[in-house]
Design a protein around this ligand. Structure first.
Ligand code: PLP
Length: 495
């Protein structure tokens, strides 16, 4: 079976899975999407007896059709090993009336590890398959978590170099320290004087610059992306929704075929889109609940059908979701327009030129499974406190956005469908916001004192990822303007 990936902006631009992973982005800013999503034709009862890696193979082999079984199994085995602090890889826990899917047990304690542990394997395998002899340069914009997860994944991987751009004043102190202490010899990290959207726009611009691509080619380099615009990020993210669903079957909580809701704290729309793709493969989902923070552009979109980024960018206590241009929404827009590249291009052109677009009533109807809502930073604090007081479980700020929005959803709809909430980060990554939500008196303490306080509060040991940066020296200190991104990448490559 060979299904092709196709650009959301040009129906004639196609790629195999491995080519799409290598390129990252299609021409003219388009994103690669699967033509059709094959059915997951393995009974759920059977999947319920498999472990994470086996399920990963079942799901990913249907999406990455030009990888051989041997290649794909080698990628999966390399990725989901003792880098994770539990054999379960993604444990499911019951708190506050929902199943919390903990996606933060990887090396950098955010859900980005779920895909970025395997992306370097997929990418180097794809390079081999396609006889690429150039060095691959991974360009990455990060709202805080992708950066370190990508650095950890690609550090010292032969044949690759990686450059990461983060908003200098828009990430948590722990997130920043994780990135600027990265030791990999092929890595480069720069803070930019701007926000995440500026970083992402700058990176996308370099990707679509043909003259730059030719220049790189001459010098022996080729760009690829570790952002969720790369299909190699989305496919591994489909796995854990199937995994979580089958754990509920194994536990006797639901029967095979029963519907569930999923709640996803959302920024760039990659994680929730992966859940949507999993449902197209056969996962029985009732509602996709899209949880936003104060940057509630998606809530407004799902409520009105108009996407409008013309608004103030707000720095919140959930910085990894401080985004006004949710790149992966384009993939959903393309789908609800009936896989219509022309219609999608028209809307994206409008977004580019006016900062907004409005979908048709017909398209709106296709969004009936989506529900959007948002939580303010104050609501996030009180949710963290409430859940902690219930049973001692400590949420990070992003997961707290999701839990708060789920409460609102239940109040709005009285829906009692069993619900999985994607828990996207360890509370240790956002120790200040989390600890002061529970005990405001501690706000005067230093960042690592708060880490120790969190250990007392949560009774969960300080993760290795935090221990190792306590005293680590700073390796990267570049700060640049958003207009200088291309120049600093060239300097890093020595060209
Ligand atoms: C990246 C991130 C998100 C947002 O995920 P998207 O796929 O960009 O929607 C939410 N929470 C955390 C902790 C993240 O790192």
């Amino acid at each position: 079976m060979s299904f092709l990936y196709r650009s959301t902006r040009n129906e004639n631009e196609t790629a195999t899975a491995s080519e799409a992973i290598l390129k990252g982005l299609a021409e003219e800013g388009g994103l690669f999407v699967p033509d059709e999503i094959p059915e997951l034709d393995v009974p759920f009862e059977e999947l319920a007896e498999m472990d994470y890696k086996e399920i990963a193979f079942e799901v990913m082999s249907r999406m990455l059709t030009d990888f051989t079984e041997e290649e794909l199994r080698a990628c999966i085995n390399g990725a989901y090993d003792e880098k994770f602090d539990t054999e379960l890889i993604a444990p499911v826990k019951y708190h506050h009336g929902a199943y919390i899917l903990e996606l933060f047990h990887g090396k950098t304690i955010a859900f980005k590890d779920m895909a970025l542990s395997i992306l370097p394997y997929l990418l180097t395998t794809a390079a081999k398959k396609n006889n690429i002899d150039k060095e691959i340069v991974i360009l990455t914009a990060t709202s805080g978590d992708t950066g370190k997860a990508a650095l950890a994944g690609f550090a010292d991987v032969p044949g690759t170099k990686i450059a990461v751009f983060y908003p200098k004043n828009g990430v948590s102190p722990i997130q920043e320290k994780q990135m600027v202490t990265e030791k990999g010899k092929n890595t480069f990290v720069a803070g930019i004087t701007g926000n995440f959207d500026d970083a992402q726009t700058g990176v996308k611009k370099m990707f679509s610059d043909k003259a730059l691509a030719e220049y790189l080619d001459e010098k022996g380099f080729q760009f690829s992306s570790a952002n969720s615009i790369n299909i190699g990020r989305l496919v591994p993210q489909m796995v854990y929704y199937v995994y979580a669903y089958t754990r509920l079957i194994a536990a006797g909580t639901i029967a095979a075929g029963d519907k569930i809701n999923v709640v996803v704290p959302t920024g760039n729309f990659g994680n929730i889109l992966a859940a949507y793709y999993a449902s197209q493969m056969g996962l029985p989902v009732n509602k996709f609940i899209c949880a936003s923070n104060d940057n509630k552009v998606l809530y407004d979109f799902f409520t009105t059908g108009e996407y409008d980024r013309n608004r103030e960018f707000i720095l919140t206590s959930s910085p990894s979701m401080d985004i006004l241009i949710s790149s992966n929404l384009e993939r959903l827009i393309y789908r609800i327009a009936g896989n219509d590249a022309e219609k999608n291009s028209e809307l994206m052109k409008s977004l580019n030129e006016t900062g907004k677009y409005e979908i048709t009533d017909e398209m709106k109807k296709n969004l009936y499974q989506f529900y959007g809502n948002f939580a303010t930073s104050d609501e996030v604090s009180s949710t963290i406190r409430t859940v902690y007081e219930e049973d001692g479980y400590v949420l990070d700020t992003h997961t707290a956005v999701a839990v708060n929005v789920y409460d609102k959803y239940k109040a709005d709809t009285e829906d009692t469908t069993p619900t999985i909430i994607a828990s996207t980060a360890s509370p240790y990554k956002f120790a200040r916001s989390v600890v002061t939500a529970i005990d405001p008196k501690l706000d005067s303490e230093g960042d690592f004192d708060l880490v120790d306080a969190l250990e007392d509060i949560s009774k969960v040991k300080v993760p290795q990822a935090v221990e190792e940066i306590r005293t680590a020296p700073i390796v990267h200190d570049t700060v640049c303007d958003k207009d200088e991104m291309e120049a600093v990448v060239k300097r890093f490559l020595g060209i």
